[in-house]
Design a protein around this ligand. Sequence first.
Ligand SMILES: CCCCCCCCCCCCCCCCCCCC(=O)SCCNC(=O)CCNC(=O)[C@H](O)C(C)(C)COP(=O)(O)OP(=O)(O)OC[C@H]1O[C@@H](n2cnc3c(N)ncnc32)[C@H](O)[C@@H]1OP(=O)(O)O
Ligand code: NDP
Length: 527
Amino acid sequence: MSMIADFYGGKSILITGATGFLGKVLMEKLFRTSPDLRVIYILVRPKAGQTLQQRVFQILNSKINMQMKTQRPHELFEKVKEVCPNVHEKIRAISADLNQNDFAISKEDMQELLSYTNIIFHCAATVRFDDHLRHAVQLNVTATQQLLLMASQMPNLEAFIHISTAFSNCNLKHIDEVIYPCPVEPKKIIDSMEWLDDAIIDEITPKLIGDRPNTYTYTKALGEMVVQQESGKLNIAIIRPSIVGATWQEPFPGWVDNINGPTGLIVAAGKGFLRSIRATPMAVADLIPADIVVNLTLAVGWYTAVHRPKSTLIYHCTSGSLNPCNWGKMGIQVLATFEKIPLERAFRRPKADFTTNNVTTQYWNAVSHRAPAIIYDFYLRLTGRKPRMTKLMNRLLRTLSMLEYFINRSWEWSTYNTEMLMSKLSPEDQRVFNFDVRQLNWLEYIENYVLGVKKYLLKEDMAGIPEAKQHLKRLRNIHYLFNTALFLIAWRLLIARSQVARNVWFFIVSFCYKFLSYFRASSTLKV
Ligand SMILES: CCCCCCCCCCCCCCCCCCCC(=O)SCCNC(=O)CCNC(=O)[C@H](O)C(C)(C)COP(=O)(O)OP(=O)(O)OC[C@H]1O[C@@H](n2cnc3c(N)ncnc32)[C@H](O)[C@@H]1OP(=O)(O)O
Ligand SMILES: NC(=O)C1=CN([C@@H]2O[C@H](COP(=O)(O)OP(=O)(O)OC[C@H]3O[C@@H](n4cnc5c(N)ncnc54)[C@H](OP(=O)(O)O)[C@@H]3O)[C@@H](O)[C@H]2O)C=CC1
């Protein structure tokens, strides 16, 4: 019997960010392992044109490509529906916007949350690297503070689990499971955001974030400080995952449904848009599968509620120190998988050049990214269609420039608390809530990740693989034809303008002629 699964039975659980990537995987695992839990409250913001019920329906039933000829891909909640057929009754969606005062939750809903909640998992955040500081502070700092205030009024609350990021202190090289203070107090930042105008905030942002690369990592660090300062009598723990990737094993290998982190680049590489990347091949690719993060999170929830550690414990959910993989190895495996299982309608054949300096990056960006986009847009214009490739390429290059910071450095995260927790689990819990990253085989994981991107994110049909391979062959032929034509044009121009080039050309032609005559003569002699 799993103690952790047993612990969540009968519990009322509040999840923020349940419509996000991690939130969905967390909810799935909770229902699958503890189908007798009382209720999961999810704070969902209304979205244009969608009711709360529609948003819940969307989580439970992923959109399916009805034209598929082969077996349909799994739905995230398909196993849950077997063990907990009334899952929709156990999800209570509460209309809430974490950017508003009191989260704009109605009085009745608030009363229900305050009275019943036993465990809080706070996953909601803005994960955009380029968010305006005001917005990032609002969601990643102020909302965390407000949620803690709410939590302190919950008489039945047993644990508050805050999801942060391993990169909240990415300005350091070695990071321990402790909270590192930022120079300016979060309260001062929260206050100043209320009266400073956008222009001034823009001006002070670089000074505030200091040697962090973006507002995301900075505000997640502030969020941790708020958790520490406002913890009061609550049982709190912080989890710091590194780069969250597709699931490793559960509920299915390779499940992913958004383009954050490496996923977007995998799509871009598979479709042939991304052909070179400024990355250090030997730098550690600290990826962590979403199901490992979720298993650790649930184990931490149990441990924090039952064992009530005296201080707020921080858990690093990272792979680099226990089972390192590097970007070079990852890139090679991504491309090897695309050889076997290509994506449909690729723009160019998948290929990758890792570069490490600025000059070669600029060169490859011009040759491999911008030039093909311009040529393709020219072709679209000629055929009466709207050009779009240059715009798309510019956005990709902007995205790359934001991710570069993370793929050209390595960090060391200590994992004492995470390893301590593993040792406290029963063998059954170690199996059901496995977060031992040492057991992960990277090559197999990356292959399943790429396959998952194709199936679950892009919803491509496996029956289309032969056609996709055929398409890549056509692209290869076009590529050879294009290069030959380019060479001949360049050569023709050179010959017309330069006597030296003409001499070289005649020399090559006469050499080939002599070689052929010799070859013919010697083969005649043999006969
Ligand atoms: C050469 C072959 C290589 C083979 C593959 C090797 C893979 C190497 C992978 C390396 C990845 C490294 C990733 C490191 C990430 C560190 C994460 C730190 C951990 C965290 O805690 S954060 C959680 C993760 N957060 C994110 O990833 C958010 C990043 N995204 C953003 O901040 C914004 O989207 C961005 C990048 C600022 C762009 O904003 P904007 O221009 O406003 O546009 P949109 O968001 O609307 O998107 C526009 C356009 O870009 C595409 N897009 C978005 N994100 C990605 C992405 N991660 N990768 C690729 N493409 C992306 C998106 O599809 C949109 O395209 P459209 O066609 O829809 O216009
Ligand atoms: N993905 C990663 O690589 C990593 C993520 N993390 C952390 O994990 C957590 C979850 O990330 P992930 O699932 O990837 O992120 P997603 O972007 O997929 O999900 C973010 C969630 O927050 C919700 N949210 C955003 N703004 C509001 C708002 N104003 N009111 C209510 N809800 C809101 C979103 O709701 P909606 O659907 O309405 O947009 C969504 O459910 C975050 O705290 C992140 O910092 C840490 C390390 C790495």
